[in-house]
Design a protein around this ligand. Structure first.
Ligand code: ADP
Ligand code: MG
Length: 459
């Protein structure tokens, strides 16, 4: 046994005493040691769900206990590595000696290309093809992503993925990157958000380093840019993006783009760019259906050791939380978390109580249109006036109130809200929100109006 292993043994028994047998067995026992270097110990967890769980519930304690045992250790890092402890833990432990241990093959596989990371964005280890559940609503996007990841030739360029929030766009892009890095490590993959692309570009301009910027991006085999709607109305970024995009496509490099809407709906992006974005394969991800939601829940539950979630509770969640997969995951986490901590079985009644807020929100999604209608009625205006360019105070103030409420009560972005108010700019909406916030502080009757409207809209 290495020192490290002995220390881990002691940390384990402390954890068991502190958190109790049940929680220990469910969450902590499955952890296994990978190696330690430079003040950091790496541990493997079998699933992404468990990683998140341990990260948010046990990490502080885990870190403290480690550093009590081994004062050199300041940080604990969790890596998802299915089957790691079965296949390679023994080998890893051999190498886990305090000196510079070489990473094991699987640890190396998990490591990302540092160089690309610096330019791109880190990849979420949970977002792989294996972890993606396929259903009718996402099968085209999934198949296209797999094709891009697996094939050397460029089949369609760009691949344009679009769909609403939380439906798996980012997940699929990361999955492509993981797959390529694992299967063809010599191919250079960069994944980043359009926002990050913009910041990189702006800082290259500032430091007069645009050559390096161009070279870097144009030397990749696969470039993925997430949430490209972000560069709407950002003209110089758009221009640079377009140059990069064209250069890559001309050189038969794969480009993958995502956005929250189709290319033709990307307002604020130049027409020639929009049309170019639609030249390859455009794959949309539709809202999930019940079967897919249930499938996703089942897959997540399978990853949780010892958590018994009755089928009827899963069905209940799949039926009632239809908004998006992120919320669905959140709901499951909450129920499992609670039950594990309290040590009570998961029942329908428990799920219903714990999820009241989510369920209510999912039953009644407030829309910008609802708000506009209510506000117009309340102030005795015609809806058309509210959306019109008129700036008269009697119209402008209610409009601002409606924008404010839209920001508060829906999940729409500022540009989205602006569009729904007769195609206004997001800065107008931002201004309206600020203005109303200011006014409410000094104007009691406005405060009352808003309070009242809120109740009307929330029903
Ligand atoms: P988007 O980028 O479209 O907003 P994400 O890719 O971030 O959405 O997905 C939100 C969450 O839902 C992530 O945790 C992701 O893993 C999960 N998710 C979405 N679709 C699926 C799916 N089909 N199977 C498994 N998990 C999914
Ligand atoms: Mg995303």
């Amino acid at each position: 046994m290495t020192d490290l292993e002995t220390q881990w043994g002691r940390v384990q028994s402390r954890l068991k005493t502190e958190f109790g047998e049940a929680a220990y067995n469910s969450w902590l026992k499955p952890l296994s040691l990978i190696h330690a270097d430079g003040g950091r110990v790496q541990m493997a967890v079998p699933t992404r769900f468990m990683r998140d769980w341990v990260q948010s519930h046990y990490m502080d304690r885990l870190r403290d206990l480690w550093s009590v045992e081994n004062p050199d250790i300041e940080e604990v890092e969790l890596k998802v590595a299915a089957g790691f402890h079965r296949a390679t833990a023994a080998a890893a432990r051999e190498k886990a000696a305090p000196s510079e241990a070489a990473p094991t093959p699987s640890a190396r596989m998990l490591r990302q290309n540092d160089d690309d990371d610096e330019f791109g964005a880190p990849l979420d280890p949970r977002f792989t093809f294996e972890d993606f559940v396929v259903g009718k609503s996402n099968e085209l996007a999934y198949a296209a992503a797999r094709r891009v990841a697996e094939s050397k030739a460029v089949n369609f360029n760009p691949l344009f993925l679009h769909g609403g929030v939380g439906l798996g766009k980012t997940h699929l892009m990361h999955a492509i990157a993981w797959h390529v890095r694992r299967q063809a490590p010599q191919r250079r993959v960069i994944y980043l958000s359009a926002e990050k692309f913009m910041y990189q570009f702006i800082s290259a301009l500032r430091y007069k380093d645009t050559m390096a910027f161009k070279q870097k991006f144009r030397a990749v085999d696969v470039l993925m840019i997430d949430d490209v709607q972000f560069i709407a109305n950002k003209n110089s970024t758009q221009e640079e993006f377009f140059h990069t995009f064209n250069a890559l496509i001309d050189h038969h490099r794969q480009v993958v783009i995502s956005a929250d809407r189709s290319p033709s709906d990307l307002e604020g992006i130049e027409e020639r760019i929009r049309s170019r974005l639609g030249w390859g394969l455009v794959a949309d991800i539709h809202p999930t259906d019940y079967e897919l939601r249930l499938g996703i829940l089942q897959q997540k539950v399978d990853g949780i050791n010892g958590a018994k979630v009755p089928g009827e509770v899963l069905e209940f969640l799949a039926r009632r939380i239809a908004s998006n997969v992120r919320e669905l995951e959140g709901a499951l986490n909450r129920v499992v978390a609670h039950a594990t901590l309290i040590g009570r079985p998961i029942t329908m009644a428990l799920a219903e109580t714990l999820l009241q807020d989510l369920l209510r929100a999912n039953d009644r999604r407030i829309t910008v249109e609802d708000i506009q209608r209510r506000v117009a009625e309340y102030y005795n205006l015609r809806l058309a006036d509210l959306l019109s360019p008129r700036r008269a105070r009697t119209v402008a103030r209610p409009r601002q109130v409606a924008m404010y409420l839209s920001k508060q009560l829906t999940t729409r972005s500022l540009p989205d809200i602006g569009r729904k108010f007769g195609g206004r700019d997001h800065t107008t909406v931002m201004h309206a929100v600020k203005r109303v916030e200011e006014l409410v502080r000094s104007d009691g009757s406005l405060e009352e109006d808003i309070h009242h409207l809120r109740r009307l809209v929330e029903g």
